[in-house]
Design a protein around this ligand. Structure first.
Ligand SMILES: [Ca+2]
Ligand SMILES: [Ca+2]
Ligand SMILES: [Ca+2]
Ligand SMILES: [Ca+2]
Length: 402
């Protein structure tokens, strides 16, 4: 993904915004640092677990009561936009911060999207070349608002054969087209999966329905990953508020899942991410318990390893975590967020006996949600952190891997 390629288009975007709002967006949020890439060893770099970040953090005030944020290229200019989602006057509302080559840019606009849940899912479901935003409703359908250069279009409704718990937009059958997977429940409140595949002619297939029994816990969350390296996306499933409620289902054919498997753990998988931690090309699972204050990595091989690698987090209360290969060595690192502490923590799990690293990185306030995404197109994962109690979010750019 090259964001730099969009630079020649940006003046026209500014012009379009100026026509709509009567003035160009205020660029004050971009900071006054030099345009040169952040580099380790520079005076204005900070380091956590050998990853170098820009010293300055840009913080953005949110006018709604924020509960969530998502990132994606909703406007189609190849820069990553940020959407905060939360409560506005008793309903679910959002604010959209258009992206630039230095991250999100204020002032935000109201993208006029809403749903029953404050946790929409971004992704290119409607095959327009832009990211769309999918909101769950309180009925057995989802509303997908198409991304566009002039804001979101009218929602496209997709009927589903189940009540929704969690939705995924990803290429589940590895044919190059983005599909929809829904974890929900049937009329008997039994957990079930439904898959809607995008066909070669651009149409969406009739939703499938398959029960998730037999399973000894009741999952509400699903995360896509390829645990067995066959190119078909499998799912990590969990119920974060209940101890031991962690498992996975493998894809056994395009759009078809096998029987769910429970992973043996005493912990509650309050937060979870998937990434490749041992560099074998297959995705693995990291999860953290916000009460036991323990984080674990579960390595997938041809068969799942018998036990995860865990570490105590001491004073860190893991409200949320995410993972990506920050230093480009093929093995993912973890970033953990604490809602009560203005610090993130970068964790390099010790899988090879070389020593475990967990080092802090300051942020403006306690963090409820953290995401790693390349905001300025330099192939380095930058950090975006939601400080929902403080009604802000912040970004910190990272240096490209050496
Ligand atoms: Ca597909
Ligand atoms: Ca797979
Ligand atoms: Ca792996
Ligand atoms: Ca790495």
């Amino acid at each position: 993904m090259s964001h730099g390629a969009a630079s020649p288009l940006r003046p026209s975007v500014w012009l379009a915004l100026g026509l709509l709002t009567g003035c160009a967006p205020d660029p004050v949020h971009l900071g006054d640092l030099p345009e040169a890439a952040i580099a380790c060893g520079r005076d204005d770099a900070v380091v956590a677990a050998d990853i170098c970040f820009e010293e300055s953090v840009r913080e953005f005030a949110v006018s709604i009561e924020p509960l969530h944020f998502v990132t994606g290229d909703f406007s189609g200019d190849a820069s990553i936009d940020v959407m905060t989602v939360g409560r506005r006057e008793g309903a679910i509302g959002a604010e959209l911060w258009l992206g630039s080559d230095r991250g999100p840019l204020g002032p935000p606009t109201d993208p006029m999207v809403t749903g029953c849940s404050a946790f929409p899912v971004p992704g290119p479901l409607l095959a327009s070349g832009r990211d769309d935003i999918l909101f769950a409703t309180c009925a057995p359908y989802v509303d997908v608002y198409p991304g566009g250069t002039d804001g979101f279009g009218a929602p496209v409704r997709i009927d589903l054969p189940l009540s929704l718990r969690s939705t995924i937009i990803d290429d589940i059958d590895s044919d190059g087209d983005t599909d929809l997977v829904v974890l929900g429940e049937d009329a008997s409140a039994v957990a079930a999966l439904s898959v809607v595949l995008r066909e070669a002619d651009g149409s969406l297939s009739t939703p499938t329905m398959q029960s998730l029994v037999p399973l000894s816990f009741d999952p509400v969350g699903a995360s896509p990953a390829d645990f067995d390296g066959d190119g078909l996306l499998d799912l990590a499933i969990r119920r974060g508020s209940v101890a031991g409620s962690l498992g996975f289902v493998r894809s056994i054919a395009p759009g078809v899942f096998g029987e769910p498997v429970r992973l043996t753990t005493e912990l509650r998988p309050w937060s979870l991410a998937v990434a490749d931690f041992d560099g074998d090309g297959d995705d693995d699972i990291v999860y953290a318990d916000d009460q036991a204050l323990v984080a674990c990595v579960w390595i997938f091989d041809d068969v799942v390893t018998a036990q995860p690698v865990c570490r105590a987090l001491e004073e860190l209360v893991p409200q949320h975590l995410t993972a990506a290969d920050l230093d480009g060595d093929g093995m993912a690192e973890v970033v953990l967020a604490d809602a009560t502490n203005p610090q993130l923590w970068v964790w390099r799990p010790d899988l090879a006996g070389e020593g475990d690293v967990l080092e802090p990185l300051s942020v403006p306030a306690g963090t409820e949600l953290v995401e790693l995404v390349d905001l300025n197109g330099d192939a380095a994962f930058d950090i975006i952190a939601g400080h929902f109690a403080a009604r802000t979010f912040s970004i910190r750019l990272a240096a490209p891997p050496k």
